[in-house]
Design a protein around this ligand. Sequence first.
Ligand code: MF3
Ligand code: CO
Ligand code: CO
Length: 278
Amino acid sequence: MRKHTNTLSHFRKNLTQIEKMRVASQYAAQVLTMIEPHVKAGILTEKLDEICHDYITQELKARPACLGYQGFPKSICTSINHVICHGVPGKKKLKNGDIINIDVTVEKDGFIGDTSRMFIVGKKPSAAAKKVCQVAQECLYLGIQLAKPGNNINAIGKIIEQHATANHCSTVHEFCGHGIGQVMHENGFQVLHYDQQQSPGQLLEPGLTFTIEPMINLGSRHIKQLPDGWTVVTKDHTLSAQWEHTILIKEEGAPEILTLRADENIEDIFSITAKTLV
Ligand code: MF3
Ligand code: CO
Ligand code: CO
């Protein structure tokens, strides 16, 4: 049996840092709540970006951590339909039936919160659109349920892949969740969204703060990078959905969902069960 050679211990946050993570994460969650009524047919994604930017800087007196991150030109990511992630806000106009992920990162007082959710534009989504959004959200919630001290981090990816596959969806391998704190992506702290069978995995410890952010495709898991250097799409152009939370591992039991929104029900999150292939 292989041993756990590298631990996550040095990523643990102290109480002062955790308090700052709570504030930054709640700010990021508030941006998603604030933007919801604007996610309507006819709006340009660059307008959504502008509204979020102004809210973060002027209302929250905080910094949109995506802006300038490795040269990213905008304050949020807007990923529509077959776009998996890192869609760049621009002249694209939302239309009824679209599904869109808005990904928000907020830095406040030196700490960063990171969260994203799907929105369905209009009241008549296709069955396929509804399904991929729902399966991706269930995958996030199932992963969160396993984020307990002593659990192997690999258990998170395993349940996500299992649930996606059981629903005839696939899970993207090229992007992952991540440790988060004073930097957006902590080096050496990755949360994969698939079963990493050959890896011994790291054990979860109290005080760890990280994201789970499964990207779920209706078709194959394979990706294509667009020439803009950012936008990632499904290779087969099928729909893709993603939900993301920043969470905190507690001393025992269930994690604290730092980016929890008012529209989410904590009982639902912890009671949802995995669909398994029979
Ligand atoms: N928020 C994304 C994540 O979940 C990262 C976006 S990086 C950016 O990790 F540069 F595209 F903004
Ligand atoms: Co993230
Ligand atoms: Co994000």
